[in-house]
Design a protein around this ligand. Structure first.
Ligand SMILES: *Cc1c(COP(=O)(O)O)cnc(C)c1O
Length: 824
């Protein structure tokens, strides 16, 4: 960041009112912060308290002052204190935009602006890749294209660069007029106009005209005229604003550039003549939008590159943005990128780009372990020569080839190399200590069972683990958020060790994701979270009398479910000489568990709380008994009605706002209209949906085979001789038993596990610490990974077989099973 203005200057630039002790006005700002989570200390930072539908940045000011931030842009006067410099403005987002526009004006090098319905980010990323050999480029991080993303991107400009590429996205009229002066592009790219974000526009044409506003003062505009509306309006816009139209087409001879296109296998050869010069290049895609994006990039390159011809070889290695690879910690400070489900050229080059990115994180060497590449239709000699070129392009340090074919063509490789005819030979001859400080791409066809290599190089925790995918957890949170109004608060149930997934790790992630509160079953769970630094409000569902002092000392909030708890807790608060202590009232609307049920009880409660200032009701709630079951929807509606009536008696009796909530996960899915001010998310976050939402599996319970043995007909397996053998069999012994939480009802063929990509039955009776699998004919050996539930064997399926519910399976995994967390 290169903002080196003083606070005083900044207050003038953004036309705000400065409130600061005198010595603050010379304070020079070098860093802009808008997300308190990304501030990790350091001086000379300026925090913009942005106000959005979900978050109000002002609330983070006290915390940031403690962390050392000394300058703030605010729109709410009441947050101004004597502890730091404050600039008061009407709207903090507009202030950020003004500052960015001022910053933009300092630079003379060309800026490219990209907008359109689809493809903005990919065109930006590709253009960056194509031009980065010739120019020093600053570009929008990720998809920063919004009203705040654009100014934050532009504020990254400095004199180290000689080209900037920014994308701009809008969702309603009037927004582009604000982004235009911030980006002020010299070269524009209009990707296309589709149906995205149509809801706020009268017509596609209106949306197109709005987007074109970005290019108002551009010199040149790149667009594709194959869409008639775009062709006509963009042409018209260019002539009205004296912009040079740089039109292109795959069909139409009226365009300035007419591409010829030929599909070959999964690739496309493109050629075009420009200024009497012919250019040819190949992209590794055959779909229409990739071709469109590549043409946009090529045309822009003609306008921007020092030498466009020299960039042509980059097109062959362009990669789609989104793809899923497994990234794991390896032994000796290695990082493993596991991709052993296919092996074609395209996925190989994508994996190489990921390898390249990961290597920038401080891992020096780049190593590739690659199997024979099968079924490409390319003659092997040519294929491995191409592979070698790719390895050179991505500056790979070493290749390990595994398989007869790649070994036979080892001469085609020109980097440090070693070859093995089969996976087993590699495992025998290379020891894991020979690998250190490297990013290792493990990429092979399925038949090569490279997961064995991954298992060898992976950092071993315990053999038996519960692996928690935190990315999946965030995905699931967002799926539920998308069902809710932006202002609805979310309480996440982290009781029972977050449904078995972990306590502190999960709470930390949820705090980072700004959930509004966390709920635990008993006070001790809350104390644990506070000790780990969790600041989010924590509700204790079952506050026991003996824990009241802990509840108060650790700022936990009790669920008040009966008169006795109320009186006793009120007394405890009095004894601590506190006031307005936040509590939550539970109403029983039909579950017949904890809670107030009658009007009389509620009357008593209301008068008891009103009669002193010790307690303040933060929320009133109830719990549904059968929200997942349509058979009981009439009953559920009665619960809602009862809640409306009883909760109103409470909310009406107090002058302040009291949140209401009744929905659990299935309730959110099936009755989102009853979200009131808050919802309570539980099992859904952990991957189980009542209605088939696109949730991701988050926990995988797995272990590995200790031993495989042959057993003959007539013999039996395990305790009680329950597993009868009637053919020559292979039995795998796995160190997982009912003491680890695997339900004993899954014994004797009822339950299954997955080994080497295949399902096998549990045979014999599950022991305390071990069980046996029938792996006859499955080619299983000691060390092979075994999944008991996870992505290939759902928790719901296991629950059904064990005759229980997913809740019990998840929470039943014993604490002795180590939890391992994955997060990219
Ligand atoms: C556990 C619990 C929830 C969450 O229920 P899910 O079905 O897991 O979403 C919500 N509210 C209360 C009171 C709970 O005890």
């Amino acid at each position: 960041m290169t903002i080196t203005n003083s606070i005083l200057e900044i207050s003038q630039i953004i036309e705000g009112k400065l409130f600061a002790p005198p010595d603050f006005s010379d304070w020079r700002i070098e860093k802009i912060v808008t997300d308190s989570r990304t501030y990790f200390g350091g001086k000379n930072a300026l925090f913009f308290a942005l106000v959005g539908p979900r978050n109000n940045g002002h609330h983070f000011i006290p915390e940031l002052i403690k962390k050392g931030v000394t300058a703030f842009i605010v729109s709410e006067k009441k947050f101004i204190t004597g502890d730091a410099a404050f600039i008061l403005v009407k709207n903090t987002t507009s202030a950020l935009q003004k500052l960015a526009a001022f910053h933009r004006a300092r630079f003379q090098y060309p800026v490219v602006g990209i907008t359109g319905s689809n493809g903005k980010t990919i065109v930006k990323e590709w253009l960056h890749e194509i031009l980065s050999g010739q120019l020093k480029i600053i570009r929008s991080p990720k998809s920063y294209n919004s009203q705040t993303g654009v100014p934050l991107s532009v504020l990254l400009m400095d004199n180290n660069y000689n080209l900037a590429i920014f994308e701009a996205g809008i969702s309603q009229p009037g927004e582009m007029a604000k982004l235009q002066p911030i980006i002020k592009p010299e070269v524009g790219i209009l990707t296309n106009i589709g149906d995205a974000h149509q809801e706020n526009f009268k017509s596609k044409k209106q949306k197109l005209l709005e987007k074109l506003q970005l290019f108002k003062s551009a010199k040149q505009l790149v667009f594709n005229i194959d869409n008639e509306l775009v062709g006509k309006e963009a042409q018209h816009f260019c002539s009205e604003n004296s912009i040079k139209p740089v039109s292109w087409s795959l069909k139409n001879n009226n365009a300035l550039l007419k591409f010829k296109h030929q599909a070959v296998g999964g690739k496309s050869n493109l050629s075009v003549v420009y200024n009497d010069e012919k250019f040819e290049f190949t992209v590794p895609f055959a779909d229409e939008s990739s071709i469109e994006n590549a043409c946009h990039c090529f045309v822009a390159t003609l306008l921007l590159a020092k030498n466009a011809r020299e960039t042509l070889n980059v097109y062959t290695r362009l990669a789609p943005l989104a793809m899923r690879l497994e990234i794991k910690k390896g032994v000796n400070n290695c990082l493993l990128i596991n991709d052993y489900y296919n092996s074609d050229l395209t996925s190989f080059s994508i994996a190489l780009s990921v390898l390249h990115q990961q290597s920038k994180k401080g891992h020096l060497n780049k190593l590739v372990i690659l199997s024979d590449i099968q079924q490409t239709g390319i003659p092997p000699k040519k294929l491995y020569r191409q592979i070698n070129q790719l390895l050179a392009q991505w500056q790979i340090n070493e290749i390990v080839g595994i398989g007869p074919e790649i070994t036979a063509h080892s001469n085609e490789f020109t980097l440090p190399k070693s070859f093995y005819p089969a996976t087993e030979n590699f495992i025998k001859h290379r020891y894991k200590n020979q690998f250190s400080n490297a990013v290792i791409l493990i990429k092979g066809a399925r038949s090569f069972t490279f997961e064995k290599i991954a298992a060898l190089l992976q950092q071993k925790a315990h053999q038996t683990v519960l692996e928690i995918d935190l990315n999946a957890l965030v995905n699931n949170l967002n799926v539920f958020r998308s069902l809710l109004r932006p202002e609805t608060k979310i309480m996440v149930m982290v009781k029972a060790f977050s449904y078995g997934t972990g306590d502190v790790e999960i709470a930390q992630l949820l705090q980072y994701q700004n959930v509004d509160s966390l709920a635990v079953a008993v006070a001790d769970e809350g104390v644990e979270l506070r000790n780990a630094g969790i600041q989010t409000p924590i509700i204790v569902m079952n506050p026991e009398q003996h824990s009241f002092q802990n509840i108060i000392d650790y700022r936990l909030e009790p669920n008040i479910y009966g008169e006795e708890v109320l009186l006793n807790f009120k007394k405890a608060v009095s004894e601590n000489a506190l006031n307005n202590y936040p509590v939550h009232l539970k109403i029983d609307t039909g579950m017949n568990r904890l809670g107030f049920k009658t009007r009389q009880e509620i009357k008593t409660i209301v008068s008891e709380i009103s009669s002193g200032s010790q307690l303040r009701i933060k929320s009133v709630f109830s719990h549904l008994a059968a929200s997942d079951n349509p058979d009981f929807d009439t009953f559920t509606q009665e619960q809602f009605n009862c809640f409306d009536i009883l909760s109103e008696k409470i909310t009406r009796a107090f002058p302040y706002k009291i949140d209401r909530h009744i929905l659990n996960s299935a309730g959110i899915e099936r009755f989102p209209e009853k979200q009131y001010e808050m919802v309570r998310l539980g099992i859904g976050l952990y991957g189980i949906s009542a209605t088939g939402l696109p949730l991701q599996n988050i926990s995988t319970f797995k272990s590995s085979v200790s031993q495989v043995k042959k057993v003959s007909p007539g013999e039996t397996i395990g305790y009680g001789r329950k597993g009868k053998i009637d053919r020559e069999s292979e039995i795998a012994i796995v160190p997982v038993g009912y003491a680890d939480g695997l339900d004993r009802k899954l014994s004797n063929g009822t339950g299954q596990a997955r080994v080497n990509g295949q399902r096998v039955p549990i045979t014999g009776t599950i022991c305390m610490d071990m069980l046996m699998l029938d792996v006859t004919g499955k080619n299983v050996s000691a060390g092979d990974e075994v999944e008991f539930f996870g992505p290939h064997l759902s928790v719901s399926e296991v629950a059904e077989k064990a005759g229980t519910i997913p809740y019990e399976i998840l929470t039943g995994i014993s604490q002795r099973v180590k939890r391992v967390y994955l997060f990219e």
